[in-house]
Design a protein around this ligand. Structure first.
Ligand SMILES: Cc1cc2nc3c(=O)[nH]c(=O)nc-3n(C[C@H](O)[C@H](O)[C@H](O)COP(=O)(O)OP(=O)(O)OC[C@H]3O[C@@H](n4cnc5c(N)ncnc54)[C@H](O)[C@@H]3O)c2cc1C
Length: 300
């Protein structure tokens, strides 16, 4: 593909016919025509602008921990802002800047090293900071909204801009970036000075809770369904006797019914058929219609 060659000439690492199962935590899905793997914010900006100039709208992804890719793959260009595009620095005593591909867990460890509190909730979420800002990721009573100072982005014309405060429109698993389609290149968080031992203890405790409750030994994309108002998807699915229910290689986790896991050899089609069966049963038995939280992308 011509764009792949142009991107390489602009200095960006590119992979053609890239198997997306290697780039998503679910370990399923077909190939992306062109996968761009920038290693710096500059390469990322150059790649995006080149796509804009050629009239191509790339799909933006982070660490692929909330994505379900079609078995038939993806057309066009995928821009992966993952761990190879990672940089963290202190802006002040309490503020930290990092590029969008930085792992959320690495940001938590940096905060710990500097005795900064506020991000303990995020330790163990396997996403990039860009993905976490985009999704307003959260857990254990905390969310990115509590710490995000600003996001730097590229708009659809490739211009650099910054958004902060109310303009980020952060709510449950939502930000303004889901509306405007801009690409987050970097974020800054504001934390508070704390006691390093206390911060470390909280991080360890929350991570242990994940290990105890979640099927972390099997590929998944975390909680598969959104939390219905006043309820929990996992509790409803368990109540319907669906723990361990399988379609092909996809299974409702025995450990946590809110997770669909890849038992080995699952296809995206298996996962979607399991999703349909779960939704149907839960609707019939409880009257609640579950909505997918994981984002499906690719050819249909
Ligand atoms: C085991 C497990 C546990 C999990 N636990 C939690 C949890 O406790 N809380 C929680 O909130 N989530 C959880 N998740 C889900 C997931 O980790 C988060 O939603 C995470 O924030 C997604 O980040 P990502 O970098 O992987 O994004 P991706 O999955 O790659 O992308 C998700 C969305 O973000 C967009 N996006 C990503 N990066 C950018 C960017 N730089 N600019 C613009 N858009 C971008 C993509 O276009 C896509 O729409 C879990 C997942 C797993 C597998």
């Amino acid at each position: 593909m011509k764009i792949a060659e142009e991107l390489r000439q602009a200095g960006c690492p590119v992979r053609e016919n890239a198997p997306m199962k290697e780039y998503t935590t679910f370990r399923v899905g077909g190939c992306a025509d062109v996968l761009v793997l920038p290693e710096t914010e500059e390469q990322l900006i150059a790649a995006y602008r080149l796509c804009v100039e050629r009239g191509i709208e790339p799909f933006i992804m982070g660490n692929g921990s909330n994505l379900l890719v079609s078995d038939d793959g993806l057309d066009g260009v995928v821009l992966r802002i993952g761990p190879n595009c990672s940089h963290i620095e202190s802006l002040s005593e309490t503020d930290i800047l990092c590029t969008a591909g930085t792992k959320l867990s690495d940001l938590c460890l940096f905060a710990l090293e500097h005795s900064l509190t506020g991000l303990e909730f995020a330790y163990g979420i396997p996403g990039s900071v860009g993905g976490a800002a985009f999704m307003n990721g959260g857990a254990y009573g905390g969310e990115m909204k509590d710490v995000l100072l600003w996001c730097r982005h590229l708009d659809q014309q490739g211009n650099v801009g910054t958004l902060s405060g109310e303009d980020l429109k952060l709510s449950y698993r939502h930000s303004v970036y889901a509306e405007n389609g801009f690409l987050i290149t970097a974020i800054a968080v504001r934390l508070q000075k704390g006691n390093q031992e206390t911060i470390h203890a909280a991080m360890r405790e929350l991570l242990q809770r994940r290990v105890d409750k979640q099927p972390l030994d099997l590929p998944s994309a975390g909680s598969y369904f959104k939390r219905p108002v006043g309820n929990f998807a996992g509790a409803l699915i368990e109540q319907c006797g669906l723990k361990g229910f399988r379609v092909g290689g996809a299974e409702v986790s025995e450990k946590h019914a809110g997770f669909i896991v890849n038992r080995g050899g699952a296809t995206t089609d298996d996962i979607l058929r399991l999703e349909d069966a779960v939704r149907q049963t839960v609707l019939e038995k409880t009257g609640v219609c579950l909505e997918r939280e994981v984002q499906y992308i690719g050819r249909r």
